[in-house]
Design a protein around this ligand. Structure first.
Ligand code: 5AD
Length: 360
């Protein structure tokens, strides 16, 4: 490798040198920790080169296709106590809901009729749903149409994970949130980083397509730690990864902490694309909340997926992980049409597939 690749801080490189570094990364070069930290410190002009590099890698894998995943947030009850999350058990200021089996299945059918080929079933950590109930819901959706089904229901027993995999769940999302173990354990008083890693290992072993991810801008999180988060995604060899800025929620112990920087989050998505290559990376809702254009820009900075909420609007307002604006109260099919138009308006295509993992 030529000498420019050993320069510690790409933030201090000339644009030409930066261009060479990004080109090397597009070709598969794994930068040093210092170089990655430098890339995350780039200003707008430098970051443009990083984004273009990520876009090239994304296009080489996914072309110009964007996957739309529908997400049914079916329960806002949560026994977890994550310090950053509005759904935490201790937040008494939140009105909670649980969707019933029929309601979930009919929501899924409506989405399938509207063209969804990939559905995420997400909830707080809600012991109110047994594995038998969840398994039956998965089976009923699958027998309506063989769409990809992703679970995002948090930490459960190995037996639960196995039962649900056997019931037909294809994928599981479980973000590692931060790879800084001390910070993780402080933010999650009900669990631990070790437990989370163990869950991820079990999910892989069971043959799920696995997604992880983390937040950018958590109080106490360093830039170096974000670099290590990206490297952890690479080490876990994830199939999907959600990366978004931390957004402060007033009903949580972190209510007075500043929001994460959406520009830094965008650079992190681009770095993840260059370093991890194949995972599906969503343009996260959190990005769009802090920066209106941020979500759309993510499609040109490495992201290839977008998630659309599907549950009835009265529930969406209650599923308040972080404060966010609520749009018009439109039917599922109309919302999908508008999202498709937005994607096509950006010069991209809507994927017709299930958005399964791309394995080497
Ligand atoms: N800001 C941004 N993202 C958050 N999440 C939870 N709380 C917040 C917050 N305050 C994300 C976490 C979690 C997912 C359900 O939402 O990454 O995994």
């Amino acid at each position: 490798m030529s000498s420019h690749l050993e320069v510690a801080d790409p933030g201090r490189l000339s644009l030409e040198e930066l261009r060479q570094l990004v080109d090397a990364m597009v070709g598969g070069y794994l930068p040093t920790l210092d170089q990655m930290e430098g890339l995350l410190s780039l200003d707008r002009e430098g970051a443009e080169l990083l984004f273009q590099g990520a876009d090239r890698v994304k296009r080489s894998i996914f072309g110009d296709e964007v996957h739309i995943r529908g997400i049914i947030e079916f329960s806002s009850h949560c026994s977890g106590r994550c310090l950053y999350c509005g759904l935490r058990a201790d937040n008494r200021g939140l009105e909670r809901y649980r969707m019933g089996e029929e309601e979930i299945v009919s929501c899924a059918r409506e989405a399938i009729d509207a063209g969804y080929m990939s559905l995420v079933l997400q909830s707080g950590e809600d012991g109110g749903y047994t594995r038998e109930v969840l398994g039956r819901i998965i089976g009923r959706i699958k027998s309506y149409k063989d769409v990809g089904i992703t679970l995002s229901i948090g930490e459960r027993t190995y037996e639960d994970y196995r039962y649900l995999r056997d019931a037909g769940a294809d994928r599981f999302l479980m973000k590692h949130e931060t790879c800084d173990e001390v910070l993780y354990d402080r933010l999650h008083p009900h669990s631990s980083f070790r437990r989370r890693m163990e869950c991820l290992r079990q999910l892989k072993e069971l043959g799920y397509q696995v997604g992880s991810g983390f937040m950018v801008g958590l109080p106490g999180q360093s830039l170096r730690s974000i670099v290590l988060d990206v490297l952890l995604l690479r080490k876990l060899d994830v199939d999907m990864a959600g990366i978004g800025p931390f957004i402060s929620h007033p009903g949580t112990p972190l209510g007075d902490s500043p929001n994460g920087d959406p520009f830094l989050a965008l650079k992190t998505v681009a770095l993840a694309r260059l370093v991890c290559r194949r995972p599906h990376l969503p343009a996260t809702t959190a990005l769009g909340v802090l920066d209106r254009q941020g979500r759309d820009m993510a499609f040109f900075s490495g992201a290839n997926v977008v998630m659309q909420k599907l549950e009835p609007h009265r529930y969406r307002r209650m599923y308040e992980i972080y404060p966010k604006p609520h749009g018009e109260d439109l039917p599922i099919a109309e919302e999908r049409r508008r999202l498709e138009a937005l994607i096509e308006g950006l010069g991209l295509k809507v994927s017709k597939g299930r958005g399964d993992a791309v394995r080497p």
